[in-house]
Structure formats: C-alpha cells, structure tokens
Write a new protein. Structure first.
Length: 130
C-alpha cells in the first residue's frame, strides 16, 4: 500500500474526534425532508474525501448518493469503503456531471481551498447548475 494511500487513511482517524458524521447526516436529512417528500433523494457530496458522510447517509437507506473530490488518494479510500457508490475525480470549480441533484453538500474547510474569490464564485455556480 502506498504511503499516499496511508496518509488518506489518517484523515479518517483525525476527523473521527472532530466531525460528527451521524449528526451531520441527521441534520442534512432533516433539512432536505422539510422541503421535499420523495422516498429517495439524490445527493452529491462535493469534496467528499473518504466518503464518511456518504456512508452515514446510506445507513439511513433513503438516499441516492455520489461523491466528488479532487484528491485521488481520498477517493481510493472512499471507493474501497463504498464500492457501489459512484465517485468522480474532478475539481469542484470545473465539474460537470450532466445531472441534477436534490441536495449538494460541501462540508468542512473545502470551499476556501479553491483559492480565490473568482474560483469560489465559479464553484458555487457549478453547484447551482447541478
């Protein structure tokens, strides 16, 4: 196993004490269900990292989920964790998946990582297009 892959695995260990993925999934579902009533909702988790939020949403059984991240190491862990989920290796500023989602999430400190105000505007525009 490559060192890069191991580094991505440390991400989960570090965030285990910081991120409360079950509670986050509960909040997302509560907000999404307030305005929508379909049995299944579609969700794109932008900057999904290792897929922990997606995993929590899948445990709830009422989501069709996909993930998007620029980091191939994080996606390798996510794909191993969730082999039946579609993950896209793309930049949040430039992605085009050709479909709409009921919910798009982008959590943590991912948005500032785009680097400039113009790129942030472009990323938000991409979210709105999907």
């Amino acid at each position: 196993m490559s060192n890069d892959f191991q580094t991505a695995r440390w991400y989960d260990a570090i965030y285990a004490n910081i991120a409360n993925y079950p509670r986050t999934a509960e909040i997302i579902e509560s907000i999404a269900r307030r305005d929508a009533s379909p049995d299944r909702l579609s969700l794109l988790d932008v900057a999904c990292g290792t897929g922990r939020l997606i995993e929590e949403l899948l445990l709830r059984g009422s989501w069709d989920v996909q993930g998007l991240d620029l980091d191939s190491r994080m996606l390798a862990v996510a794909r191993e964790r969730l082999p039946n989920v579609t993950f896209h290796e793309q930049d949040m500023v430039e992605f085009d998946l050709g479909q709409m989602f009921d919910v798009i999430t982008c959590l943590g400190s991912s948005l500032p990582a785009v680097g400039t105000r113009d790129r942030l505007t472009q990323a938000i525009y991409r979210f709105a297009q999907h």
